[in-house]
Design a protein around this ligand. Structure first.
Ligand code: SF4
Length: 496
């Protein structure tokens, strides 16, 4: 049964909705098998070094909407994640997406103080919404909750509804306080829940030439890919507009680059507005790219176009991929990334002839909101390329990650998030960080990525030197312990 209920303001967290977990050590095949029942069993931690917050995930989806403003209703420290979105917007938006008139990000905090936690912060929030509206003239204002405003019980939804009536534009409450979920990607779902509830309008006219693409801020490969099919992408939500989001219900279909990101929005658009989601995982690796184009062709009634695109692209890129395979044969690669993008990188590892030495992904969703089994890239990876040993679900616990990396000593670390590659460098292991996930998609993506891997392997002098002088903050004692030392026994179905 669908757990998307837009009649209530808060999204159901991933632990409950999808049975998601943040602690596991074993193999990919074992995890896939355990996930079939929907509850693979979470291994909680007796010690935790750090954690992520859902606010940053909700904020990255709403703060990059061109004409919106964001208010975090909480102590100012909860807004510390916001600065990176200005950077993302300015540094990544223009070169990759060619945004014509980039706007300044409009991000604010109600700066809750101790007295507000005693007397309540609702009036402060109402005043902040008024002021932000006057200062920014944004087309919509998003209000993000925090642990503090949730604990004191501020009625954010009512304040937003009253403000909406007063200023005459959408004021969207998003409930993403960090303590609510150990799976911080719940923040994506919270952001989308607010968008679908308050911004997406019922379709006026269905558009046969538009496909929603749920994505981050990577290169736009879709405009070119969709051209032969006679459709164009509606890229959501980074760099979209409030009006553009309102028309997402009119698209002929939805595709997503990553179900960790788009699971909820894709399913919500299908459930509420009948926009069908493509039924297979994103196009990473040759086999999955074949499937994806075929599914796209089927969805659009253009199977012949899909076959032609596959044929042409393979003719162009397979010889280059073959050359890369020769260079990379036998290279042991370790992957670290968010859940679904980790699976995508493991597909790429398989296709480029490397050996998957293991992986640390940040959480695991045993199923997705669409319920499509074909959307599960990890099970596809295991079937298409074989098992992955040393498969860890490790919620960015760096002490576990460094311990594992030190034991396995791969030839290269393939990472999706900044900061993590440092640990490989300290150990003298070449590391590759590719933040633009869309540049790795499709057949051409394999070539792009493979060339970068070759480059990183051939230029390892820096990390080799660095490792001779690096100070490891972890003691020899810890490095000799089993990396799962602080993981508890799995419960069949964790009560959250
Ligand atoms: S909402 Fe909670 S977890 Fe998130 S930054 Fe604020 S205090 Fe920390």
């Amino acid at each position: 049964m669908s757990q998307i209920d837009l009649s209530i303001p808060e999204v159901s967290i991933r632990e409950i909705r999808l049975g998601s977990i943040t602690g596991y050590q074993g193999t990919a095949e074992d995890l896939v098998e355990k996930s079939c029942c929907g509850h693979p069993g979470n291994r909680g931690r007796g010690f935790s070094q750090c954690a992520g917050c859902s606010i940053s995930k909700a904020a990255c989806m709403v703060s990059l909407i061109q004409d919106a403003a964001v208010i975090i209703h909480g102590p100012v420290g909860c807004s510390s994640c916001l600065h990176e979105f200005e950077f993302t917007y300015l540094v990544n938006a223009n070169p990759r997406r060619g945004i014509k008139d980039p706007t300044t990000r409009r991000m604010y905090s109600t700066n809750l103080k101790e007295t507000d936690t005693v007397y309540g912060g609702a009036r402060k929030l109402a005043a902040a919404i008024r002021e932000v509206n006057e200062r920014t003239e944004a087309s919509a204002i998003f209000v993000l909750s925090s642990c503090a405003s949730a604990i004191i019980g501020d009625d954010i939804e009512s304040v937003c509804d009253e403000a909406e009536a007063e200023i005459g534009k959408p004021v969207v409450a998003i409930f993403c306080e960090g303590f609510k979920s150990t799976v911080w990607t719940t923040g994506f779902d919270a952001g989308y829940h607010g968008i679908v509830r308050k911004l997406v309008k019922p379709p006026v006219q269905k558009r046969k030439d538009v496909i929603n693409v749920i994505n981050f801020w990577g290169s736009d490969v879709f405009t070119k890919w969709f051209e032969p099919f006679g459709v164009k992408p509606n890229l959501i939500t980074p760099f979209s507009t409030v009006d553009g989001l309102g028309h997402a219900s009119e698209a002929i279909a939805t595709v997503q680059i990553c179900p960790t990101l788009g699971s909820y929005l894709g399913a919500a658009l299908e459930q509420e507005f009948g926009v069908p989601e493509i039924k297979t995982a994103a196009p990473y690796g040759i086999i999955q790219t074949d499937r994806w184009f075929r599914e796209l062709g089927k969805l659009l009634g253009k199977e012949d176009v899909a076959e032609e695109v596959i044929h042409q692209k393979k003719e162009e890129y397979l010889p280059k991929i073959e050359e890369l395979r020769k260079k990379l044969k036998g290279v042991r690669a370790y992957v670290t990334a968010g859940s679904a993008h980790g699976h995508a990188l493991l597909n790429i590892v398989g296709d480029l002839g490397m050996e998957a030495a293991g992986a640390s992904v940040f959480h695991h969703d045993p199923k997705f909101d669409s319920g499509f089994e074909a959307a599960d890239l990890l099970s596809r990876r295991v079937k298409d390329y074989g098992d992955v040993p040393n498969y860890n679900v490790c919620s960015k616990q760096e002490f576990e990650f460094v311990n594992v990396l030190n034991r396995i000593r791969p030839d290269i670390l393939l990472a999706r998030h900044g900061g993590i590659t440092l640990w490989a460098a300290k150990l003298g292991i070449p590391a590759l960080l590719v933040e633009d996930e869309q540049a790795n998609m499709g057949y051409e993506g394999l070539v792009n990525y493979g060339e970068k891997v070759v480059d990183a392997l051939e230029n390892d002098e820096f990390v080799k030197n660095l490792s001779k002088h690096a100070i490891n903050p972890y003691t020899d004692w810890w490095m000799e312990q089993s990396p799962d030392m602080f993981l508890k026994e799995a419960k069949k179905k964790e009560v959250v």
